[in-house]
Design a protein around this ligand. Structure first.
Ligand SMILES: *Cc1c(COP(=O)(O)O)cnc(C)c1O
Length: 467
């Protein structure tokens, strides 16, 4: 360390001195003096280190302030907050998957802000079961004999495997040994549950004889897994559910399916094709089906397990169930969402209404948004374009949903990447798609009030200098 460095280190302000700056006060108010102190302490040691290593040769108070405010700002803003999803991906896992129906949100408010019948039987005036609020509803909408819910579908799969196949063999087709979103891999889930994975067939083709050939005295289950974001095209074949069910039932095995995105309405009504509803799986003879509540179902994060009563009853007493217990807010939202299906009012569920939008509706929406944007971004080229949307959440991976969007090109503030990043940094971030040299706002996934938020975001976008 040379003299100059020593001098810089000596000139750095002490903590008390730093805390007296008026620009610190708002942060002290928001996150507390101790937290501010801790953050500043860390920053000052970082700066000292940089001086020692020769990376910093000059330090002013305004420099320290800039770095301190960068850190403090991140911490004083709310972290989990609303964003505008202008990507056209309906079940966007990173953006929170499904938006709840208004009715479901009301139920969350009701049970969250007061006491409820969560585990209380009103007839008898004593303890009840939290699962009872939704069991009959799930049976009603899926045609299953019994049902149970846990925190999410990953939990549902683990619970089923641990309770039904621990220390025993589970036969799975190699075409279905998938990884879902990085953290859910069938072989790992299987190992964790204590079940022994027996792989059969090949990646693209598996036959009933492959499954049958793998059965031993220790086989507990045939497991079918939705391949999620992955689709095998061309020369491929999977065994029909009926065939697997037939063999399993004649040989005392359980036939389970992890359906991933649980669908409760005929997908043809949404203009989609090729994926079965939960009822169809049950009717084909699957003994136990698991699926997510917040994918195509359009409800809260939950894992539903539906199927034969004898099997569900085994799960009810399995100790792991307690660790996967569902929160009351989730149950409230889920019950109300299922009731919308019961009443045939699934169009009130945002996920489903977004999927069933017509081209005309989306074109009209895009044209209106484009008109509003032209008024607030004078310099740019703004046009309505065809876009490709997606279901998301692992469902219908190969299906492109045709939609409409607004393309913003030649924005005076810079490249489309730059504009996208500015839109993300606002109070209510707007997450957009991108085309060649343009920012693309997909209208399919916009919900009430989002148009105004997008207009606001563009109007308050300030062209900053190079950063
Ligand atoms: C999404 C998915 C899961 C995980 O479901 P979560 O509700 O996110 O836990 C498991 N299996 C399949 C096939 C999926 O698509």
């Amino acid at each position: 360390m040379d003299n100059h460095q020593r001098q810089i280190l000596r000139s750095l302000p002490a903590m008390d001195e730093l805390l007296e700056n008026s620009w610190i006060f708002t942060y002290v108010e928001k996150i507390g003096r101790e937290t501010v102190k801790k953050i500043l302490n860390e920053l000052m040691s970082e700066i000292r280190q940089e001086v020692i290593e020769g990376d910093l040769n000059e330090i002013s108070m305004s420099y320290i302030r800039k770095r301190a405010e960068n850190l403090l700002q991140v911490r004083h803003k709310k972290s989990l907050k609303k964003v505008v999803n202008a990507t056209g991906v309906v079940v966007h896992t990173n953006l929170g998957r499904s938006c709840l129906a208004t009715e479901a949100v009301e139920s969350v408010k009701e049970v969250a802000s007061g006491y409820s019948t969560l585990e209380y039987n009103l007839d008898e005036g004593k303890r009840g079961q939290r699962n009872e609020h939704i069991e009959w509803l799930l049976c009603q909408v899926t045609g299953a004999e019994a049902a149970l819910v846990v925190n999410n579908n990953a939990g549902a799969v683990i619970l089923c495997l641990a309770a039904l196949a621990r220390d025993r063999e589970v036969v799975v087709s190699r075409g279905e040994l998938v990884e879902i979103g990085g953290s859910f891999r069938v072989p790992e889930i299987m190992a964790f549950s204590g079940a022994k994975l027996v792989e059969v067939g090949s990646t693209n083709r598996t036959h009933l004889r492959d499954y049958v050939g793998a059965v031993t005295d220790n086989t507990a289950m045939f497991l079918k897994v939705h391949p999620s974001n992955f689709k095998i095209e061309g020369f491929s074949s999977v065994v029909p559910r009926e065939d697997l069910a037939g063999y399993a039932h004649n040989n005392g095995l359980v036939f389970m399916e992890d359906l991933g995105s649980g669908i409760l309405v005929d997908v043809n009504l949404l203009g989609l094709a090729g994926e079965p509803t939960v009822s169809e799986c049950i009717r084909s003879g699957v003994d136990v089906v698991t699926f997510s509540g917040d994918k195509m179902l359009g409800g809260p994060q939950i894992g539903a397990i539906v199927g034969k009563k004898a099997i569900i009853d085994k799960l009810r007493t399995f100790p792991l169930l307690r660790a996967l217990r569902v929160d009351k807010m989730t149950l409230g939202a889920f019950e109300t969402t299922l009731r919308l299906y019961l009443k045939g009012q699934w169009v009130k569920i945002p996920t489903l209404s977004m999927l069933s939008l017509t081209m005309e509706q989306m074109k009209k929406h895009a044209s209106s948004l484009a008109r509003r944007l032209r008024k607030v971004i004078p310099g740019a080229e703004i046009g309505v374009i065809h876009v490709e949307d997606a279901v998301g959440g692992g469902a219908f991976p190969a299906t492109v949903l045709p939609g409409y969007g607004v393309a913003v090109r030649n924005h005076p503030c810079g490249s489309s990447g730059r504009i996208q990043s500015c839109l993300r940094s606002g109070d209510i971030p707007v997450i957009t798609g991108a085309g060649d040299d343009s920012v693309v706002i997909h209208v399919r996934t916009l919900i009430g009030g989002d148009d105004q938020l997008i207009v606001n975001a563009f109007s308050s976008l300030i062209c900053k200098g190079d950063e």
